[in-house]
Ligand binder design. Structure first.
Ligand code: CDP
Ligand code: CDP
Length: 226
């Protein structure tokens, strides 16, 4: 019988992390944790409370008094803020445009990483984010750094918005993705970066199925049960 592994999945915006992580978790019977949703939920609350995203101390106070819950639903992960469901609200443009400013503060990251590590337990988990392989689960059995060209990532988001009936412009989406990648990669506290022992997968020309299968092969190689 194989082991239950910890899979760390990092990469830039709209590379396909959450889609792939969700599928992997389903196939393997693992828990799926989208850590970006935690930063988005705090950002959503801060915007509602009119807390300045630059004010680290105040944000930290807010976070210490905030309950963020991630629960599995039939269509994916459900997100709750202080008991209220905010799954869709945290994907708004307002939140997307501010989340990197909230996520850059060391105090915020320290508390988020602490909460994420509590969720990891003994294994059987797929966690996606920016610093999972480098900080949250540095000893994960499988570490993936998923990339795709920025044009392809913008196109994927654009198609996703179209399917959901959200109006958006391809140029603006690409610009927003580039800005967020820049902020996430250049911040001082645990920036977006490939862990030395992570395997990079360029998904620009890959469909979802083949990315999932590539990672499942790695899981098998590392002794995971499939
Ligand atoms: O899904 P998408 O690529 O749009 O982003 P996300 O995974 O929901 O993450 C939103 C933002 O949260 C990122 O742009 C980062 O600023 C921050 N984040 C982070 O700093 N560390 C993580 N482990 C996950 C997300
Ligand atoms: O979590 P992250 O922001 O990295 O990306 P995502 O929200 O999982 O994926 C963005 C969009 O790209 C979704 O609509 C996926 O269906 C799509 N996608 C794709 O077309 N091909 C892939 N190989 C991976 C994702």
């Amino acid at each position: 019988l194989g082991k239950k592994l910890r899979i760390a999945l990092d990469g830039p915006a709209a590379a396909g992390k959450s889609t792939i992580a969700k599928r992997l978790a389903e196939k393997l019977g693992y828990v799926y944790i989208d850590t970006g949703a935690m930063y988005r939920t705090l950002t959503y609350k801060a915007l509602k409370m009119q807390t300045d995203p630059e004010n680290e101390k105040e944000l930290y106070e807010v976070l210490l008094n905030t309950i963020i819950e991630l629960k599995p639903g039939t269509l994916g992960q459900l997100v709750f803020l202080d008991g209220d469901e905010v799954t869709n609200e945290i994907r708004s443009n307002d939140v997307t445009n501010q989340v990197s400013n909230v996520a850059k503060h060391p105090l915020i990251r320290k508390e988020m990483v602490r909460r994420q590590q509590e969720l990891v337990e003994s294994g059987g988990i797929v966690m996606d984010g920016r610093d999972i392989g480098t900080h949250v689960i540095p000893d994960a059995e499988v570490k993936i750094f998923m990339i795709a060209s920025v044009e392809e990532r913008a196109r994927r988001r654009f198609e996703e918005h179209k399917r959901q009936g959200i109006e958006s412009s391809l140029e603006q989406l690409q610009k927003a993705i580039e800005e967020r990648d820049y902020l996430d990669s250049t911040r001082e506290a645990s920036p977006l970066t490939k862990a030395d022992d992570a395997i990079e997968i360029d998904t620009t020309a890959m469909d979802i199925e083949s990315v999932v299968n590539t990672i499942l092969d790695l899981v098998k190689e590392r002794g995971g049960s499939i």
